[in-house]
Design a protein around this ligand. Sequence first.
Ligand code: URA
Length: 298
Amino acid sequence: MSAPAPILPALPRLSDRHRAMLQEMGVPVWWPSAEEAVGAGPAAQSDPAAKTERRPAAALNPVRPPVEPTRPTPNRPAATPATGAALDHPARLLPDLAALEAAVHDCSRCGLAQRRQRAVPGMGDPRPDWLIIGEAPGEEEDRQGLPFVGRAGQLLDRMLAAMGLTREHRVYIANVIKCRPPLNRNPDPVEIAQCSPYLLRQVELLQPKVIIAMGRFAAQTVLAEGGALSPEAARQWPLGKLRGQLHRVTLGGLTLPVVVTYHPAYLLRSPGEKAKAWADLCLALDTMDGLQPARAAV
Ligand code: URA
């Protein structure tokens, strides 16, 4: 008599999108599809570490309410900056993206202006679903005047490809700081206070549906300015505590979902964290999937 077929616990099934995302990001894809799982031994399925790393984002983030961004209405006041971003900053009055880009190229509100080759306002679809926010231009970005065009940018492109996106279509990429800090040092608080109003105005003008904040400075700026966290909490909480959950911010009269994840430059240094970034991107995709189509109504 042949042995009865083993009863296997239900395995989460990786969709093609999730598999592609893992592969693009350089995370080994071994989790079996449902068909492969039939032949898999129980040992392969009971590795707790593997389960933790590879379950889909929805399982890592059980509370995932559908989020609908609130579009600005004529009566809705703009959000009040929470971290002292200059209230009299001219960015608040810039009428459109072209004017904002010109103002960034002319800006000399902090010392970074003297050392830059080019300012880097941002690039992408002027009517994006996604706004990706990084920290500041590096050497290559400073040379080309474009965001994320160095090694970290190549990884970002692969992450976007894994999400089925490109940087030109449905995506806009911007940084908190528009000019390169010397030797790629961290931006200082004065630089952030002088430059972040440009980013906040970009959010207002672009009206994205979901924001992905990459790295500590992007997360701190967006979450504090958007009222999701106090400036102190945003400064003190490590990125590992901010990622893996959905935040909601109010910026420029829009209430928007924000997903925080690791900066691609950090992922290049710490490839072991890519699986967590993958989970964050899945959360972002799930969040976008859960949104009502709102743009047509604006
Ligand atoms: N890192 C960033 O945060 N932004 C860039 O544009 C490039 C590297």
